[in-house]
Ligand binder design. Structure first.
Ligand SMILES: [Cu+2]
Length: 176
C-alpha cells in the first residue's frame, strides 16, 4: 500500500470525494468566443466564428466591442421560432444583450454542430459555428441542411465542419 493510498483511506470515503472534486472541476475545459466590432460599428463579428471543442466544454461569449451590445443566440425554435441548427438533444441558449465586457456561458455536451447568431447583427453576417466532438461520437448530428430560414450571407459566413475540425478554430482575421 502506498503512503498516499493509506492516507486517503484514513480520511475515509467522504474526504476522498471532496478531495477529488476540485480536480474534476479544474479539468473542465473552457473556451472563449469574443464579440468584436470596428470603432464605428461598420463591421461586427464573433472571434473565432468557427470553433471545435470537446464534449462538455464551457463556451464563454464575451463582448469585447466597446461600441455595441451583442447576443449569442442558438438557431432553435425556442428562440424566435427559428429553424433548428443545433443537435436535436441539445438545449437552446440565448445570452440576451451583452453590454461591453459582459459575458455569458453555455456548456455544450451533445456531439454535433451548433450554429448561432447575434440578434441585431445576423444580417451583417455576425454568426458562428461550434463543432462539439467529432463525427465518430455516438449520436453526432451534422450541420443543418435548412436553407429556408437563413440568408445566403449567413450560410456563406459559416465555416465548414471539415475546416473547423482541421484547424481547431477559425477567425475572420486569419483571412484579412
Ligand atoms: Cu452583434
Amino acid at each position: 500500500m502506498t503512503y498516499l493510498r493509506r492516507q486517503l483511506l484514513q480520511m475515509g470515503g467522504g474526504a476522498l470525494v471532496t478531495l477529488m472534486q476540485p480536480a474534476i472541476l479544474c479539468a473542465a475545459p473552457l473556451r472563449e468566443v469574443e464579440m468584436r466590432g470596428t470603432g464605428r460599428g461598420e463591421q461586427v463579428w464573433f472571434r473565432p466564428h468557427g470553433l471545435a471543442v470537446a464534449r462538455g466544454t464551457t463556451v464563454r461569449f464575451i463582448n469585447r466591442d466597446r461600441g455595441n451590445s451583442h447576443t449569442a443566440t442558438a438557431y432553435h425554435p425556442d428562440n424566435f421560432d427559428r429553424a433548428r441548427r443545433i443537435p436535436k438533444t441539445a438545449t437552446a441558449w440565448d445570452s440576451d444583450f451583452l453590454l461591453p465586457n459582459d459575458s455569458y456561458e453555455v456548456v455544450l455536451s451533445e456531439p454535433g454542430v451548433y450554429d448561432y447568431f447575434c440578434i441585431p447583427h445576423e444580417m451583417a453576417g455576425m454568426v458562428g459555428r461550434i463543432v462539439v466532438g467529432t463525427p465518430r461520437d455516438p449520436g453526432w448530428e451534422g450541420p443543418s441542411r435548412d436553407t429556408s430560414d437563413v440568408s445566403e450571407a449567413v450560410l456563406g459566413a459559416l465555416p465548414s465542419v471539415e475546416d473547423i475540425l482541421n484547424q481547431g478554430q477559425i477567425s475572420r482575421e486569419d483571412a484579412m
